[in-house]
Design a protein around this ligand. Structure first.
Ligand code: ADP
Ligand code: MG
Length: 238
């Protein structure tokens, strides 16, 4: 074991035997059925599966937004069940980047300001934040639009800003729900390839939900959810 990382789960994400049910008429609907998953730092995990199979539920549990009925969720070495609601919120701000399906940018802010807000919410210093925001926008290919508001950008460009914003606080875990659903195939493929590159460069443990099997070529680990059960399609991680 390496001495500079004493925590076995490191900066990644660990789900163990997670079950999640929702109320459904007189009974319960099982959205996640004994799901276990390891997302290691610096790897891209892609999750595919039919609509309604539990993909978004999986991300909500991993994001500590929804508590599972049973099972364990460990983010960056923290067991979510042992934390108070306030501590979980702090963990999300500091260690989890979330990208939802639609780029939910704030219409009144420029691209660089969208990123700076994240640092401000996490109590980080403003001076360093602006430089970091500009650097991230450059890395996602949006440097020229740093001072533009989102309405000037295309759908693909907005999704790139959304991804840069999620990386602003150097999250250990990056969770992304169908980042390409609003994009054509070519732009979608470019966004996924960028995600793989950023994941490897920043050491983030990235979990991306997608309905497009062609995106799996960029993944270090490919998983499939069917009726709440998770199976491995392919893996190059240990
Ligand atoms: P996916 O993202 O793969 O389409 P979801 O995780 O959104 O799947 O949904 C999994 C199952 O759980 C579906 O049957 C869905 O209808 C149900 N479900 C999702 N969210 C809720 C909720 N908040 N309340 C009740 N049922 C839900
Ligand atoms: Mg979904």
């Amino acid at each position: 074991m390496s001495t500079d990382d004493p925590r076995p789960s490191g900066g990644g994400l660990l789900l163990t035997d997670v079950t999640l049910t929702y109320p459904d008429g007189d009974g319960r609907l099982t959205a996640l059925d004994r799901v276990s998953l390891t997302a290691a730092p610096g790897t891209l995990t892609a999750v595919v599966g039919p609509s309604g199979s539990g993909k978004s539920s999986l991300l909500a549990v991993a994001a500590t937004l929804t508590a599972p009925d049973t099972g364990q969720v460990v983010v960056a070495g923290h067991d979510a069940a042992t934390l108070s609601a306030g501590e979980r919120a702090r963990l999300r701000r500091a260690s989890i980047g979330i990208v939802f399906q639609q780029p939910n940018l704030l219409a009144s802010l420029t691209c660089v300001e969208q990123l700076q807000v994240m640092a401000h919410l996490d109590g980080r210093r403003a001076a360093g934040a602006r430089a970091r925001a500009l650097d991230l926008l450059d890395r996602v290919g949006i440097a020229d639009h740093a001072k533009h508001r989102p309405h000037r950008l295309s759908g693909g460009q907005r999704q790139r800003v959304n991804i840069a914003r999620a990386l602003m606080n150097e999250p250990s875990v990056l969770l992304i729900d169908e980042p390409t659903s609003a994009l054509d195939h070519e732009r979608g493929a470019a966004v996924v390839s960028l995600l793989a590159e950023l994941t490897h460069a920043t050491g983030t443990a990235t979990v991306m939900v997608t309905h497009d099997h062609s995106h799996l070529v960029h993944a270090d680990q490919a998983l499939e959810v069917i009726d709440g059960r998770l199976g491995v399609l392919s893996s190059t991680t240990t």
